[in-house]
Design a protein around this ligand. Structure first.
Ligand code: CP
Ligand code: NVA
Length: 306
């Protein structure tokens, strides 16, 4: 049975922990430039409907370093869902490639890809979630803290795809996850309920960023207008007044608090330049860890981690 990684919850708690351990091992091997080519003669199709720096470069570089070849299929190439049905692309690419990675708008499309492809499908971001990002994020937190016990994550900003993946992670690892967002920009209510019902984590969706970051181990933010919403930015800047992560807000978190941002950041909009450049900021470790976490994921879903 092929495995997909479309949501964090496609992995069990044990698999997530094992993936993080494998990511650390792969990172160390990568730094030593060890010759490790489990994907020799393998190919990965990467479908992009949205722009990307980290996702494209980390997947393409990571897969190459593990011996494989990755193909970039940009918005003008296959135009999935328009030029051709998603279920047809899924079956065509499965005849050529060993893995499919896709960054799409519509979450239903990535689900359909998974359903029809006979090879593993990895979600490289949809309007609904971004599971590879959150694997890299939690890996970064683990590296910096040394453990994941008693972890309070305070997310400040838009209740978007990043928040949805944090909520999915909270169904697998015990977290105290607080999302502070303006009314009207809350994460999906059903997913919040489902995460609370899973009973593993403490979830709070609040309106007050100051209270949210109190004693937080991690302060996280993301752009106020995601890809596909950029035209709303002007309006959103008004609505998100008071939700900027700045030095004053960071001072309310734990002294040892880390600052994370999936990037790209809009400097001095959702977060100040000073916070991005501060000692607390681990944004470039986080970006680097995309590659190591994804390499671990790729080995896991293809069963090559044995
Ligand atoms: N964080 C992230 O996914 O970055 P890109 O949009 O550049 O891939
Ligand atoms: N929420 C952002 C994440 C970018 C990595 C977006 O979807 O544009």
């Amino acid at each position: 049975m092929k495995r997909d990684f479309l949501h964090i919850t496609d992995f069990s708690t044990e698999e997530i922990r094992a993936t993080l351990a494998l990511a650390a091992e792969l990172k160390a091997r990568f730094k030593k430039r060890e010759d490790f080519k489990p994907f020799k003669d393998h190919t990965m199709a990467m479908i992009f409907k949205k722009p990307s720096a980290r996702t494209r470069v980390s997947f393409e570089t990571g897969f190459f370093c593990l011996g494989g070849h990755a193909l970039y299929l940009g918005p003008d190439d296959i135009d999935i869902g328009k030029r051709e049905a998603v279920k047809d692309i899924a079956r065509v690419l499965s005849r050529y490639n060993d893995v499919i990675m896709a960054r799409l708008f519509d979450h239903a499309h990535v689900l359909e890809l998974g359903r029809y492809a006979s090879v593993p499908v990895i979600n490289g971001l949809t309007d609904f979630n971004h599971p590879c990002q959150i694997m890299a994020d939690i890996f970064t937190v683990l590296e910096h803290r040394g453990h994941l016990d008693d972890l309070k994550i305070a997310y400040v900003g838009d209740g978007n795809n990043i928040v949805h993946s944090w909520l999915k992670l909270a169904q697998r690892l015990p977290l105290h996850f607080v999302c502070a967002c303006p009314k009207g920009y809350r994460p999906d209510a059903d997913l919040v309920k489902q995460t609370e019902a899973a009973g593993l984590s403490t979830i709070e969706i609040v309106n007050d960023p100051q209270a949210a970051v109190k004693d937080a181990d991690v302060v996280y933010t993301d752009v106020w207008a995601s890809m596909g919403q950029k035209h709303e930015l002007k309006e959103r800047i008004k609505r998100f007044a008071g939700f900027q992560v700045n030095t004053d807000l960071m001072a309310k978190a734990k002294k040892t608090a880390l600052f994370l941002h999936c990037l790209p950041a809009q400097r001095d909009i959702e977060v100040t330049d000073a916070v991005l450049e501060s000692k607390a900021s681990v944004i470039f470790d986080e970006a680097e860890n995309r590659m190591h976490a994804q390499n671990a994921l790729l080995l896991k879903i293809t069963g090559k981690d044995m």
